[in-house]
Design a protein around this ligand. Structure first.
Ligand SMILES: CC(=O)SCCNC(=O)CCNC(=O)[C@H](O)C(C)(C)COP(=O)(O)OP(=O)(O)OC[C@H]1O[C@@H](n2cnc3c(N)ncnc32)[C@H](O)[C@@H]1OP(=O)(O)O
Ligand SMILES: CC(C)C(=O)C(=O)O
Ligand SMILES: [Mg+2]
Length: 521
């Protein structure tokens, strides 16, 4: 019998609300920070750094409230080696069930000469004074030598040793400028642990920036050299190019952690909603190709890949998106798609095409795909409708009219055809905005238990005649469904995308019922 070796637990220290918020334009109101902190706790991070308490009264208040409310997660107060910063951090985190104080001061010569304008001895004196001052109030002191990776090792060791002597319990070695390379950054931790007096008595942490796109690689290198805490942020937000991305690091460990013998305590099913929440709150869109949470991370448009995926998902996917709460819409139809994918999507609508119908659809599909980037479901169904008599979608949007203006409430009228009863009906509704008015009409027309969760609008070209792409996410019964549509009228695109997303919910339910019936359940 073989007994699996216990994995080393990596603590996830989240700094979305501190370093993440330092990104230009990311500032949040206290109530927004509290909502994100609650979500981080749900996600299962081990430590939350909710901000920089001394920086403003609103910041102090947010950190105080997070400390009071989130009693199941450790809270970290951030401070320079300055008494007023420490007093503020100590006061703000006073009511936390578990807390730590995070003190930092630069160790690189360029920071000493030009930023701090202090000698090495003066820096050592400052940090000694402030670590021992903080230690009077808080047991757990995390110390960071800022710009460590550009510091002389001799001075870095002196700084770390002094911090440990004064009572620091966690040494966080940051790659502040995202300058390090993995093969040099990892071994630095081994050298510090072995070369510094007391270096074997503390916990090691790392905090990597992404200026060269190496934040995750450097964090993994640090883990290989014994680090047990990694500082990360949701969507990798943070100073300049950002911090080590929480979702990328966690999924690297989930996917390849066996080879490193490590694991985290993150509940991966909350990754997607956390990412969306942070993106929406900060108004920071996520790049389409961003690993894990980018829109294209689990979507495929190429026929050869689609064919492989339909035969076995593992051919082109190394992670299960649904395990991260990511809505499954792996097949995107476009110019590069082939017959297998088109047939699959059409079959999802319960339509079986004969060989000649399929060939005819394929040729018209390719001609259409040369004109527009993506063939959305409603366009595909139009193409299908041209070559068969099949009634394809549960609901079809026939007509939409909106009245909008500065001094009136917006009024919409929407005509929808239902293939369930073969009737066409018109609904009217109003709202604060034109889209809200339209959504109210559609909701009445399609009485399906599905929550309108998210809307993204993208311009697909430049200029006043740009086409808009709408992506609507609806949630129903713990599942998410996405609908997309493209039109020069963005309200119409959003309406079609919404109808398509709800149609998806209905079709998924039908399929589920058919599956149950076939299984005799
Ligand atoms: C790598 C990082 O992420 S570090 C964190 C960066 N985050 C932030 O700066 C966000 C919040 N900051 C703020 O709100 C303000 O900068 C404050 C309240 C902290 C300070 O404001 P001010 O007192 O007006 O100082 P200002 O920001 O202009 O300058 C920084 C001062 O701190 C000093 N300083 C910088 N780091 C440290 C440190 N770790 N310990 C002690 N002093 C430091 C600088 O040398 C400078 O001092 P000087 O005034 O004697 O030249
Ligand atoms: C850990 C702190 C000081 C930091 O944000 C950095 O060095 O990048
Ligand atoms: Mg940083």
């Amino acid at each position: 019998m073989t007994i699996a070796a216990a994995k080393r637990r990596i603590l996830i220290f989240d700094t979305t609300l501190r370093d993440g918020e330092q990104a230009p334009g990311a500032s949040m109101k206290p109530e927004q920070k509290i909502v994100i902190a609650r979500q981080l706790a749900r996600l299962g991070v081990d430590i939350i750094e909710p901000g920089f308490p001394v920086s403003s009264p609103g910041e102090f208040q947010a950190i105080q409230q997070i400390s009071r409310e989130l009693q199941n997660v450790e809270i970290c107060g951030f401070a320079r080696c300055v008494k007023a910063d420490i007093d503020s951090a100590v006061a703000a985190t006073q009511d936390a069930a578990r807390r730590r104080l995070h003190l930092f001061i630069s160790s690189s010569q360029i920071h000493l000469d030009f930023q701090l304008r202090k000698t090495q001895d003066q820096v050592i004196e400052m940090l000694r004074g402030m670590v021992s001052y903080g230690k009077q109030f808080v047991d757990q002191i995390e110390f960071s030598p800022m710009d460590a990776s550009r510091s002389s090792e001799e001075f870095l060791f002196r700084v770390v040793e002094a911090a440990i002597e004064e009572g620091a319990t966690i040494i966080n070695i940051p790659d502040t400028m995202g300058y390090a390379l993995p093969e040099e950054f990892g071994p630095l931790f081994t050298r510090v642990r072995e070369g510094v007096r007391g270096g074997d008595k503390v916990i090691y942490s790392t905090h990597c920036h992404n200026d060269l796109g190496l934040a995750v690689a450097n964090s993994l290198a640090a883990i290989r050299h014994g680090v047990t805490q990694v500082e990360v942020s949701v969507n990798g937000v943070g100073e300049r190019a950002g911090n080590c991305s929480l979702e990328e690091l966690v999924m690297a460990i989930e996917t390849r952690g066996d080879s490193m013998g490590v694991e985290t305590g993150i509940s991966t099913e909350h990754i997607y909603e956390t990412s969306r929440l942070v993106s929406r709150t900060m108004h920071f869109p996520i790049a389409f190709n961003k690993p894990i949470v980018g829109r294209n991370a689990f979507q495929h448009e190429s026929g050869i890949h689609q064919d492989g995926l339909l035969k076995n998902r593992n051919t082109y996917e190394i992670m299960d998106p649904e395990a991260m709460g990511i809505p499954r819409s792996m097949i995107i139809l476009g110019k590069h798609s082939g017959r297998h994918a088109i047939k699959h999507r059409v079959a999802e609508y319960g339509i079986k095409l004969g060989d000649s119908e399929m060939e005819d659809l394929y040729n018209r599909f390719k001609a259409k795909a040369d004109e527009q980037k993506i063939i959305t479901d409603d366009v595909l169904m139009q193409l299908v409708g041209e070559s068969t008599d099949s009634i394809v979608q549960p609901y079809t949007l026939i007509d939409l009219q909106v009245l909008a203006g500065t001094n009136r409430s917006r009024i919409a009228s929407v005509t929808i055809f239902s293939s369930e009863d073969g009737e066409e009906r018109t609904y009217t509704g109003s709202g604060e905005g034109p889209l809200e008015a339209v959504i109210h009409c559609i909701r009445e027309a399609m009485p399906v238990d599905a929550v309108f969760e998210d809307l993204e609008l993208h311009s697909l070209s430049t200029g006043e005649d740009a086409s808009g792409e709408a992506v609507v996410t609806v949630a129903s019964g713990g599942q998410r469904n996405i609908g997309t549509a493209i039109h020069r009228d963005i309200i119409l695109a959003a309406a079609k995308a919404y109808v398509s997303a709800v149609n998806g919910v209905i079709l998924a339910r039908r399929k589920n019922e058919e599956r149950k019936e076939a299984a005799g359940e």
